[in-house]
Design a protein around this ligand. Structure first.
Ligand code: NAD
Length: 340
C-alpha cells in the first residue's frame, strides 16, 4: 500500500521502520499536520496515516478522495477528529488502533496525580535552584481518599484497580457500561453529579463525544468538594478550561493535571519555546503552581509506539488484501462507547 503519513516525528518514523512488515508498504513520512492545505500532499497515495491532531473533516476527506486516497489509517485509538459520515459518503475505510497500551496511559495518570498532590513537579524545580525548603509542598495521602473515575473502559479500569487495590482509595465510577469485574473489587458506580460532589480527586477516561463535551464545567466544579484535584489524560474537550481557571482562582479547584487540552492542536507535539504563546487560556493555566501540564504524553512508551506501528501496518495489510478488519479496528459511530 502507498501510505502518506502526516504529523510524523522522528520517533514515529523509527517505530514504523523498526516493524518487520513496514517494508511491504511504500511509506512517505511527512512532518506537516493533515489539513485542507496539506491534503494535496497525499495525492496518489492509497492511504493517509494520521494522528490525534490531524484534521479529517469533510473538506479534508474530499480533497483526499479527489487525489485517489480511500483509506485512513489512524495511528491512535480516538477518532473524534474524523467526520465519519463524510468518510462513509466518500467511500473511505477508517481504521484505528483500538488499544496500544492502556497501561501506559493509566500509569501516567497515576504519576500525574501523585506529582500534583505531593508537589513533585515543584520540588524538582526548587531543588535544582538550591531551595530545599518544604513550605508550600504540603500534600495529602492518597490512601483512604475518594476518587471519581469517569469512564471505566480499558484505561479507566486499570486506573480504578491501581487506586483501589494499590493505594486503598474508595473508587466511585461512572460509565454507560458498568464493569462487573470492577464492582467485584469494590468500585461503586454512581451518577456523575454524585461523584463530583463526593470525590477528592476526579480522573477522566471517557471518550470525547457530543455527550461528554465539557463534562467538567462550571456547574460540575461548583458542586465539587472544595479543593478538588482534577486529572485529565483523555481528551481536552472533556474540560471547560476557562471554568477551570475560575475555579483555580477561587480555590474551589485545588489542583489540575492535564495531558490534553481542547485547543492543543496548535501547540502540542511542537517545540514553541522560542515563540510567544498566543493562547491566553493555556498561558494562564501555566501560571498556577497547582497546575501540571504535559503535552499529550501519556501514551508515549516504547511498548505503545511499537504496538501502534504493528497494528497500523497490520490494518494496512488487511485492507490491501481485501480482508475484513476486526470490529475494534474499524472507526465507526456505533462503537463510539468503546472508542478511545
Ligand atoms: P475505552 O473505549 O476502552 O473506554 C472508554 C469508556 O468510556 C468505555 O467504557 C465507555 O463505555 C465509556 N463511556 C463512553 N461514553 C461515556 C459517557 N458519556 N460517560 C461515561 N463513560 C462513557 O477507551 P480507553 O482505551 O480506556 O481510552 C479512554 C480515553 O483515553 C480515550 O477516549 C482517549 O481519548 C484517551 N486516550 C488518551 C491518550 C493520551 O495519550 N493522553 C492515549 C490513549 C487514549
Amino acid at each position: 500500500m502507498r501510505i502518506t503519513m502526516f504529523s510524523t516525528k522522528a520517533y514515529d518514523r523509527r517505530s514504523f521502520e523498526a516493524d518487520p512488515t513496514a517494508a511491504g508498504h511504500e511509506i512517505t513520512y511527512l512532518e506537516p499536520r493533515l489539513a485542507v492545505e496539506t491534503a494535496p500532499l497525499a495525492a496518489g497515495a492509497d492511504a493517509v496515516c494520521a494522528f490525534v491532531n490531524d484534521n479529517l473533516s469533510a473538506a479534508v476527506l474530499e480533497r483526499l478522495a479527489a487525489g485517489g486516497t480511500k483509506v485512513v489509517l489512524l495511528r491512535c485509538a480516538g477518532f473524534n477528529n474524523v467526520d465519519l459520515a463524510a468518510a462513509r459518503r466518500l467511500g473511505f475505510t477508517v481504521a484505528r488502533v483500538p488499544a496500544y497500551s492502556p497501561h501506559a496511559v493509566a500509569e501516567f495518570t497515576i504519576g500525574l496525580m501523585l506529582a500534583l498532590i505531593r508537589g513533585i513537579h515543584r520540588a524538582y524545580q526548587r531543588t535544582r535552584d538550591g531551595n530545599f525548603a518544604l513550605e508550600g509542598l504540603l500534600g495529602f495521602d492518597l490512601h483512604g481518599k475518594t476518587v471519581g473515575v469517569i469512564g471505566t473502559g480499558k484505561i479507566g479500569a486499570i486506573v480504578a484497580r491501581i487506586l483501589s487495590a494499590g493505594f486503598g482509595c474508595r473508587v466511585l465510577a461512572h460509565d454507560v457500561h458498568p464493569d462487573p469485574a470492577l464492582q467485584a473489587i469494590g468500585v461503586v458506580y454512581a451518577e456523575p453529579r454524585a461523584i463530583a460532589a463526593e470525590a477528592d480527586i476526579l480522573t477522566l477516561h471517557c471518550p470525547l463525544t457530543p455527550e461528554t463535551h465539557h463534562v467538567v464545567r462550571a456547574e460540575t466544579l461548583a458542586i465539587a468538594r472544595r479543593g478538588l484535584i482534577l486529572v485529565n489524560t483523555s481528551r481536552g474537550g472533556l474540560l471547560d478550561a476557562e471554568a477551570a481557571i475560575d475555579a483555580l482562582k477561587s480555590g474551589q479547584l485545588g489542583g489540575l493535571a492535564m495531558d490534553v487540552y481542547e485547543q492543543e492542536a496548535d501547540l502540542f507535539f511542537e517545540d514553541l519555546s522560542n515563540e510567544i504563546l498566543a493562547d491566553d487560556v493555556i498561558a494562564r493555566l501555566l501560571t498556577f503552581p497547582n497546575v501540571l501540564v504535559t503535552g499529550h504524553q501519556a501514551f508515549f512508551t516504547v511498548e505503545a509506539l511499537g504496538a501502534i506501528a504493528a497494528v497500523t501496518l497490520g490494518n494496512a495489510a488487511r485492507i490491501a488484501a481485501g480482508e475484513p478488519l476486526g470490529v475494534a479496528q474499524v472507526a465507526a459511530p456505533e462503537d463510539a462507547p468503546r472508542a478511545a
